[in-house]
Write a protein that binds this ligand. Structure first.
Ligand code: ZN
Length: 459
């Protein structure tokens, strides 16, 4: 351990309780971005943070207005020759309903069993304060952080970061940095420092098979005309082969195969498949042959039915040939698949396999690109080392099966390596009642940030 960090780490230990109190105070503000009624709270939350940051010797702070809810910006420019780290977080939170399911009120954060319970404690106010406290530790013991630090804390993450792209564009100069760190994800499990290095993208479709202008009598017409429900069922069934691969021509053309090292890293994770299945009442893990469950959900593309609708769904029987059949389909995409390209391939294929008497209409509803971190960049080794020093355990690379649109936005806008260094737990109830923050993680998270800033200053 490097000597010079000792006073800083000691400061983090000494301030442990106060750092929790500060977080509690901020989390009392119900900054719910999805509700008009909380617009004033959103502003109060932003002002509260800006105020705290300006007391920590930031060289500049600002509340930045967007069309909806304000973001907060602060910077500590210590030396233009030193590297600059941009920290991203968000200060808006999810709604707290249903209130009756909370064991303590969502906006009166309470400590129980080594955890802080309340809305926003981990998603994402606690993770923002991990960085704020790390900066404080440097400022109070050394006068300033060892690198240039910039923070952008938006207020619209929970409603899809609707103005983030514009914000990053209109403040591009100010937000220049060498590295970006995003602390808004979860660790693989307790005590396992994890860097998320991959996210799946998405392409979403609305599919309609048209056959008749009206529902027809199944006795008078059945067997003599096309049934769009039968047709759609056959079409959907044909979209996967026996080995679980998707049959759309060209679908896998851009899929990056995993390297032996990536497969070994994933295989090394303590994944409890039974627990994962049990979390949704599942009975068996199934999917594309030749891949483990984690490989399937993190690194392989999918094509899934999200909804199906046709014909009579009411009580009892009704003997009809439905006029049309509909499905909602979506693909989870992996590097380097492109949603618009996949949309074109899927549409072309569905139209091509429509049986006689049926016309297929495909509407592409929305898409998002997958993300793969440039892990060969030296900053990933630095981050691994920093994270491991704080937690005393090996840092693992994980991925996420879902999409986090703002990560792509930031990665694309800044063009810099984006470290997803999250301090949440997989079961912390983010977005659900009884959200909690592991206070040991909060404490070690602050130390991780201290180590990260220090390591980056010597990079
Ligand atoms: Zn979040």
């Amino acid at each position: 351990m490097t000597e010079p960090l000792d006073p800083i780490l000691r400061y983090v230990d000494e301030q442990r309780a106060r750092f929790v109190d500060e977080l509690v105070t901020w989390c009392r503000i119900p900054s719910i971005s999805s509700s008009e009624a909380h617009a004033a709270d959103m502003r109060r939350s932003a002002e509260h943070l800006r105020e705290r940051l300006s007391r920590l010797g930031a060289t500049s702070t600002a509340v930045i207005d967007t069309r909806l809810h304000p973001a907060v910006y602060a910077e500590w420019i210590v030396d233009p020759k030193k590297p600059t780290l941009l920290v991203y977080g968000h200060h808006d939170v999810q709604p707290s309903e249903p209130l009756s399911e909370w064991r303590s009120p969502p906006f009166e954060p309470a400590v129980r069993d080594g955890r802080l319970w309340g809305r926003g404690v981990v998603d994402d106010k606690g993770q923002v304060y991990i960085h704020v406290n790390a900066v404080e530790a440097f400022v109070r013991t050394k006068g300033a952080p060892p690198i240039n630090v910039k923070m952008i804390v938006e207020g619209e993450e929970e409603i899809g970061s609707v103005n983030l792209d514009g914000l990053l564009r209109s403040h591009a100069d100010r937000l220049q940095a060498d590295f970006v760190v995003v602390s808004d994800t979860a660790m693989f499990g307790r005590g396992i420092p994890s860097l998320c290095v991959g996210l799946r993208g998405i392409a979403y479709f609305d599919v309609t098979v048209h056959a008749l202008s009206m529902d027809a009598h199944s006795g008078s017409f059945g067997g003599g005309i096309a049934n769009p429900a039968n047709a759609l069922a056959r079409m959907i069934a044909s979209l996967h082969d026996e080995s679980g691969r998707i049959t759309v021509p060209g679908f896998y053309d851009r899929v990056r195969e995993l390297t032996a090292a990536e497969r070994a890293e994933i295989a090394s994770l303590p994944f409890d498949e039974r627990e994962w299945l049990a979390s949704v009442g599942g009975h068996a893990a199934v999917g594309e042959r030749g891949y483990s469950t984690l490989e399937r959900i993190w690194t392989r593309p999918t094509l899934d039915v999200n909804g199906l609708d046709s014909g009579w769904q009411g009580e009892g029987s009704k003997t009809i040939i439905p006029a049309r059949a509909k499905a909602k389909l979506s693909c989870r995409l992996v590097p380097d698949q492109d949603p618009t390209e996949i949309a074109a391939l899927v549409e072309k294929h569905l139209v091509a396999i429509a049986p006689p008497g049926c016309r297929v209409e495909v509407r592409y509803l929305h898409g998002g690109r997958p993300y793969l971190a440039p892990t060969e960049h030296p900053v990933y080794e630095i981050a691994k080392r920093a994270f491991s020093r704080a937690f005393g355990a090996r840092t693992v690379f994980i991925r996420e099966g879902g999409s986090i649109p703002f990560v792509r936005t930031i990665a694309d806008r800044t063009g810099k390596p984006c470290l997803l260094m999250g301090f949440g737990q997989p079961d912390e109830n983010a977005h659900a009642p009884n959200e909690w923050l592991d206070l040991e993680n909060y404490h070690l998270g602050i130390k991780s940030a201290v180590y990260l800033y220090d390591e980056l200053s010597r990079a």
